[in-house]
Write a protein that binds this ligand. Structure first.
Ligand code: MLC
Ligand code: AMP
Length: 484
């Protein structure tokens, strides 16, 4: 028989597994409630999970995994266009949500199960462990153009990657992890929920991120924190003004940052304010975590460390030829191979084929490699991908949404450096007639796609700079804005 994805649920104890505020489940309770729900899901092709930051989302995903039914976590702030795309593409047979949640009309006639937390009197029958290649999660992620693609991650990616991270971070069932990450991406869900559960440890989720919440947890039971760089930069700003918060952060065993580059200045300020050197790791929806600084390794700002165990990382030049040097200077695209990789983009064999070169996954990230194997990410191949607050957003999807607004004749979307978000979304709009207000355009994108894809700044222009082929020259844009 295959080894279980969650050994701690096969022989559950009274140890606390998940806590959201004053609501918590022990392993014994989680095994019972998720096991019962798994029985109801068995035989469903795919199940959508309305992924509010709640204990019900965790139970729903665990139940789907126990049943061997792929879970499609859905951003609860999702707009109507993006929801229609995800439901059309993934065709879930059921949707799971917390009781009493109002779901958008877009779910139409899809059957719904409300996730209950009352513990059944008799233990549910355990289901056989599915094959490691069975799809486990389908995570929607943006590309440069078009609608987001569904990344199909098998159980094997999750188990192998979590085991490698446990080694890298000396992460055990004794750890209590705190975070306030969303539960529809691989950071918050894939490693932030499933990690503690695979190891038999504990997750304390804040519901939503706050520096006070992190401080209370790290000053109390929590030993580790996960966050995106925006969270760390907000945390250090508050810690610099609040010695108690700084002291609480200083007690942590490990602070881990990822999803976007942690600025060296933030790394240094955290060290000065709290004595902590943040461990940076580098991941993707398609690969889970590729590289990480080790708990016992040197924590150099600006580096994501060497590949985690079992993952091969190479750098290639523009022709696709591997770069052999380890001089920390020669820049190449990162390609990845290993058991961590996804199976495919759902319904997109073209995109799946394009993403691979000779069995290596092409990340689109560019980096250098140092003598000790440390990877330093220096940028991205595509100008049309924006990382804002740790969320990946394709310029093309925001442009398409803006073009649907009657006040927009032409538009280009770019990412600009932002002290808080890393990058902020900027829209360059040629209005048709009287210009709509920036707020109206932001609300329009939030309603169609999702709030984090909204433009934070809108510039109005008479025309977009184009080359002889008519293609917008985005690199010229930041200099063409009046007053910018
Ligand atoms: C704002 N809001 C609106 C709105 N404008 N709602 C509707 N219409 C509008 N026009 C709402 C938002 O939904 C939100 O609600 C609140 O107002 C504040 O929004 P915000 O200003 O956009 O949030 P902000 O403070 O900027 O968020 C920062 C953040 C967030 C860091 C908390 O960006 C975040 O959680 N990032 C995590 C991203 C992540 O997990 N990435 C991992 C990808 S996996 P409310 O209710 O929420 O307050 C990956 C691989 C890897 O990258 O390596 O990990
Ligand atoms: P996503 O598609 O949302 O999973 O985002 C994956 C992308 O996030 C990667 O391709 C990188 O560009 C970026 N990323 C993740 N972790 C890091 C990191 N530590 N440093 C720099 N970029 C990162």
């Amino acid at each position: 028989m295959d080894t279980p994805l969650f050994p701690a649920l096969s022989e559950p104890t009274g140890r606390e597994a998940i806590r959201f505020g004053d609501r918590a489940l022990t392993y014994r309770e989680l095994a019972a409630v998720a096991g019962r729900l798994a029985g109801e899901l068995s035989g469903t092709s795919r199940v959508a999970v309305w992924a509010t930051p709640s204990i019900e989302t965790c139970v729903g995903v665990v139940a789907a995994l126990l049943a061997g039914v792929p879970a499609v976590p859905i951003n609860p702030k999702i707009g109507e266009r993006e929801l229609a795309h995800i439901l059309g593409d993934s065709a879930p047979g059921l949707v799971l949500s917390a009781p009493g949640t109002a779901l958008p009309e877009g779910f139409g006639g899809i059957g719904r199960i409300e996730v209950g937390l009352d513990v059944p009197a008799t233990a549910p029958k355990s289901l056989p462990e599915p094959d490691p290649e069975t799809p486990a999660l389908i995570i929607y992620t943006s590309g440069t153009t078009g609608a987001p693609k569904g990344v199909v991650l098998p159980r094997r990616s999750i188990s192998s990657n979590l085991d490698s991270l446990a080694t890298a971070w000396e992460w055990t069932g004794e750890d209590v992890l705190v975070h306030g990450l969303p539960l529809f991406h691989v950071h918050g869900l894939g490693i932030g929920v499933l990690g503690p559960l695979r190891l038999g440890g504990t997750l304390h989720h804040l519901g939503s991120f706050s520096t006070a919440g992190i401080g209370a947890e790290l000053g109390g039971p929590a030993t580790m924190m996960f966050g995106v760089p925006t969270m760390y930069s907000r945390l250090v700003a508050d810690a610099e003004a609040d010695p108690e918060l700084a002291k609480a952060i200083g007690r942590a065993r490990l602070l881990v940052s990822g999803s976007a580059p942690l600025p060296a200045s933030v790394h240094q300020r955290i060290a000065e304010a709290t004595g902590q050197l943040v461990v940076e790791r580098y991941g993707m929806s398609e690969t889970l975590m590729n590289c990480s600084v080790r708990a016992a390794g040197e924590r150099r700002p600006g580096t994501v460390g060497p590949p985690v165990d079992g993952v091969d990382v190479r750098l290639v030049d523009e022709s696709g030829a591997p770069i052999e040097g380890e001089d920390d200077e020669t820049v190449g695209e990162i390609e990845v191979r290993g058991p961590n990789l996804f199976l495919e983009y759902l319904n997109r064999p073209d995109a799946t084929a394009e993403a691979f070169r000779d069995g290596w996954f092409r990340t689109g990230d560019v980096a250098t490699r140092g003598k000790d194997g440390y990877i330093r990410i220096v940028g991205r191949r595509a100008i049309d991908l924006i990382k804002t607050g740790g969320y990946k957003v394709g310029a093309g999807e925001v442009e398409n949404a803006l073009l649907e607004h009657p006040g927009v004749a032409e538009v280009a979307v770019t990412g600009e450096p932002d002290d808080d978000l890393g990058e902020r979304i900027v829209a360059w709009v040629v209005p048709s007639g009287e210009a709509p207000s920036p707020q109206e355009l932001a609300d329009h994108v939030a309603r169609l796609l999702t709030p984090h894809k909204r433009p934070r700044v809108v510039h109005f222009l008479d025309g977009l700079p184009r080359n002889d082929m008519g293609k917008v020259m985005k690199k010229a844009l930041s200099t063409t804005a009046p007053g910018s």
